[in-house]
Design a protein around this ligand. Structure first.
Ligand code: BGP
Length: 468
């Protein structure tokens, strides 16, 4: 029997401003932390923007948005997830009034989405804290960031709330433990950052997220606000109960964020961690009240699973979170282990844990593509990407059969963008190839890959073509 996805399922793709917009200093935009991170998350930032930073120009979506959104529409996208660059709206982050030219740009993007009947899904903060907030306040370590973020979020809801129903507060909020600068705008180098400051920053982000949820619902009750986390099933490497316990600890470290977002208070295991670490968080009564404004849905990125073990074992490659390599799984050219079944596992776990609607807002394969010519047309024969997409969607379909309430699926990087972790363009995810190379050369021309038609067919058949 052919199984299809539900009617109204939101199929689409996801991107982030700093990885594709370019125009880093146009129309009043201020600098963001990404403008001084030319070499990815592990490398220290530079003093000034440098010409080897591919994000400064990105793939020039800022000027080519109409053409790109038309291509998404051609694939049949129902939803387009993008982020707003905070430093386009508040160039320094702490101003009283927003930059009108920045706001107008996103009006134009939304116009194009509406023209094609594509529902926008907007991330308010996706790894692009204004640089001034990072340098002057040490990012989210400073409580004043809550107020700046509230002003920014309110500005967005008031301006776009009538045309944007779905919002995400922070991209992969649980990554801040591992990537304090990229995720928390924390300028203090990771090795010098105290755990007390890190957890206080986390608390500030969680309060800001809840406060934005409250504001959104006040501005327009129809708005749906979601949290966004890295989802990572963690398996014990062996049946040793100590390995299982290690998995529990690792799960808790990841899930604390979404537990607070969904339950409106800190879970007991998190408070215990604070006690064990000797950290006394500053939590006001007002903070506690704000945290009760819980999210409408839980969204997440899924790229891989990992293992945990108490005995030393080879380290897993990966998307920000650490862990042990799974000896049973293949991996991408960047060492990210490929585990479609893990997606079904995590969908079920999340649904069972919270009974909140879920949204897969990132999933994809970063690979080296080779542009070839077929019948006089340039393309990429990316069968590996098609296989990845098919295998994951088949598991998503199973999870829906299991009873999981899932609103949609946005493939990460439907068009090639600059990588978040390595800042390369050669780590390509797109169904659309962009002619730009790691050395900055290239015409920026767009070409459809083989996966372009494949995804279009999947969407048109509501997943029935996956069996073909
Ligand atoms: C997630 C980020 C995205 C995106 C993706 C792929 O962690 O939210 O911004 O980039 O991973 O990662 P990368 O670009 O490092 O391959």
């Amino acid at each position: 029997m052919t199984k299809t996805f539900p009617e109204g399922f939101l199929w689409g793709g996801a991107v982030a401003a700093n990885q594709y917009e370019g125009a880093y200093d146009l129309d009043g935009k201020g600098l963001s932390i990404q403008d001084v991170m030319p070499h990815g998350i592990m490398a220290p930032p530079t003093e000034e923007p440098t010409s080897d930073n591919l994000k400064l120009e990105g793939i020039d979506f800022y000027h080519r948005y109409a053409e790109d959104i038309a291509l998404f529409a051609e694939m049949g996208f129902k939803v387009f997830r993008f982020s707003i660059a905070w430093s386009r709206i508040f160039p320094q982050g702490d101003e009283e009034t927003p930059n009108e030219a920045g706001l107008a740009f996103y009006d134009r993007v939304l116009d194009e989405c509406e023209k094609h009947g594509i529902t926008p899904l907007v991330t308010i903060s996706h790894y692009e804290t204004p640089l001034h907030l990072a340098k002057t306040y040490d990012g989210w370590v400073d409580r004043r960031l809550i107020g700046f973020y509230e002003r920014y979020a309110r500005t967005l809801f008031e301006r776009y709330g009538h045309r944007v129903k779905y919002w995400l507060t922070f991209n992969e909020i649980n990554s801040v433990i591992h990537a304090p600068l990229m995720s928390g705008g924390i300028w203090t180098p990771k090795e010098k950052l105290s755990e007390a400051d890190l957890y206080q920053a986390i608390h500030h982000e969680l309060v800001a997220s809840a406060s934005a949820t409250k504001i959104a619902h006040e501005v327009d009750p129809i708005i749906k606000v979601g949290c966004m986390v890295i989802a990572m099933p963690i398996y014990p490497l062996t049946p040793d109960p100590k390995d299982v316990l290690k998995v529990l600890d690792a799960d808790h470290a990841n899930l604390a964020f979404s537990d607070v977002h969904v339950r409106g208070e800190y879970p007991g295991y998190f408070l215990r961690t604070m006690r064990d670490k000797g950290i006394e968080l500053t939590i006001t009564d007002e903070d506690r009240e704000l945290l009760k404004h819980t999210v409408d849905f839980v969204s997440f990125s899924y790229y891989m699973s990992l293992c945990e073990s108490v005995t030393p074992a080879p380290v897993g490659g990966g998307n920000i979170l650490g862990g042990v390599k799974n000896p049973t799984l293949p991996e991408s050219e960047w060492g990210w282990q490929i585990d479609p079944i893990g997606l079904r596992v995590i969908l079920n776990q999340f649904w069972d844990r919270w009974h909140k609607p879920l949204f897969i807002v990132e999933n994809g394969l970063g690979a080296k593509d080779v542009l070839v010519e077929r019948d006089g047309v340039k393309t990429v024969e990316d069968d590996y990407r098609i296989a990845y997409l098919r295998d994951h969607l088949l598991q998503v379909r199973e999870a829906i059969e299991d009873g999981v309430e899932l609103w949609g699926y946005t493939w990460w990087g439907p068009i090639d963008v600059v990588s978040a972790s390595t800042a390369q363009l050669s780590k390509r995810y797109g169904f659309i190839y962009v002619d730009r190379n790691d050395d900055g050369t290239g015409t920026l021309e767009r070409y459809k890959k083989k996966s372009f038609d494949y995804y279009a067919n999947v969407i048109a058949s509501r997943g029935a073509s996956l069996d073909g």
